[in-house]
Design a protein around this ligand. Sequence first.
Ligand code: NAD
Length: 414
Amino acid sequence: MAETDTPRIVVGVPKEERAGETRVALSPTALPQLTKAGFDIVIESGAGDAAGYPDSTFTDRGARIGSRDDVFAADIVVQVNVMGADAASADLARLREGLIVVGAVAPFARPELVKAVAGTGAVLYALEMVPRTTRAQSMDILSSQAAVAGYKAVLLAANELPKMFPLLTTAAGTIAPAKVFIVGAGVAGLGAIATARRLGALVEAYDVRPAAREEVQSLGARFVELPLETDQEEGSGGYATQLSDEAIKKQQELMAKTVAASDVIITTAQVQGTTAPQIITTEMIKGMGAGSVIIDLAAEQGGNCEPTVAGETVDIDGVKVIGVVNLPGEIPVHASQLFGKNVANFLCLMVVDGAVDLDVDDDVIQQSVVARGGDVVNNRVREALGLVPLPEPEPPAPAPEPDAESESPEEAAK
Ligand code: NAD
C-alpha cells in the first residue's frame, strides 16, 4: 500500500509480562513493511532485550522508544501474550474503549481474560483464531511457533538421550542410529521429523489423518499404520477432529510395540480448542528402555502422555518424560521474527485507505475478533463463560445470477 497523507496509525509493543517469556511481538525485520503501510511503531524500552533485539535495532528501522504508558496510548497494541496471559493484569487499567489489542490469547483456555479485556471496551483479536487456510498461513502464529518448537524438541531430546542420533561406523565398531517416534504429524510434528532426520535418526511417525502419511514419507520417515477405522477427515479450519475414548484405547494397544522400541518419542497430537488426547500411558512407557526420552509438546494442553506434568521432568523407570512449555521462547530471535511477521501481515489486512477498518470484509480479521463493543463476541468463548450465544451473522447475500443479455466484463471494458 502506498504511503498516504492520512494520520499514521500508531502500533505499541510492550515488554512481555508473562514469566519466562523472552519473545517480543514485533522484531525489527517486520518494521519496514508496517512503516510502508502507514503505521508508526513505538516500542517499550527494553521490550526486545530478552529476544536479542536491543532498542537501537528498532530505532535503526524508524521506531521510537517509549514508556509502557506511551505504548498503551497507541491505536493498536501487539503482544506475544495478551495481558501477560493474566486476567488480573495491571495492564487492564491501561486499556480503553476502541483500543485494538492483537496477540496470542488462548481464548478457550482463558475465557476470563477475554471477558476482562471486553470489559474495558478494547477490541481484542486472538491470533490463534486465524483460520488454517493457504491465504492465512502468513498470519498463523500457531504454525510459525510450532515449527520452531518441533525443531527445538528434537535438540532437547538429543541432548538428554545417553545415545547418539546418527549411524556411526568407526574402527571401534558401529553405532546403530537412534529410533525416534513422532506422534502427531501436524506442523510441530513435521518440523520434528525433519530435524530428527537431519541428525541421522531412524524416524517413524503416526497421525490420525490419513493425509499426513504422504507428508511424513516425503520427509524420509516411516508412517506407522494403525488400522483404526476412524474415518478421520480434517475438521473446520484445517484441524483434525477428536477421537472417541474407544478409538484412543485401540490406538494405545496398537502403538505399544512402536513405543517400546523407541529411544525418543516426541508427542504433538492435538485437536484445536480441546484438551490434548492422552495417547501414551504410564504402562506403555514402562515398556521402553531406561535412558529413553519423551518430549511432550502438548504438556500445556494436558499432555499426550499419562504422567506428563507441564514444565517438569518426570522419571518413569529411567525414562524421562519432559513436559515442555514455551519452546519458541528458547529460540527467541527467530521465534520473534516469525511471530512479528505474522503480526505485521495481520495488521496490514486491517488497513483500508490508510485507516484501520474493523469491518473490513476479510474472513481472517472477522474470525479472529473475540471482544468488541464491550462484549465477548465469539460464541465458543461465550459458551465457556456461561453467556448466552449471540445470533450468528447473516450469511452474505448470494451474488446475482449473470444476466445472459448483459455485456461481459471484457465487452464493458471496451
Ligand atoms: P497441529 O494441529 O498442526 O498438529 C496436531 C496433529 O495431531 C494433527 O496433525 C492431528 O491430526 C494430530 N492428532 C490429533 N489427534 C491425534 C491422535 N489421537 N493421534 C495422533 N495424532 C493426532 O498442531 P501443532 O501446531 O503442530 O501443535 C502441536 C502441539 O504442540 C499442540 O499441543 C501445541 O499447543 C503444542 N506446541 C507446544 C509448544 C511448546 O513450546 N510446548 C509450542 C508450539 C506448539
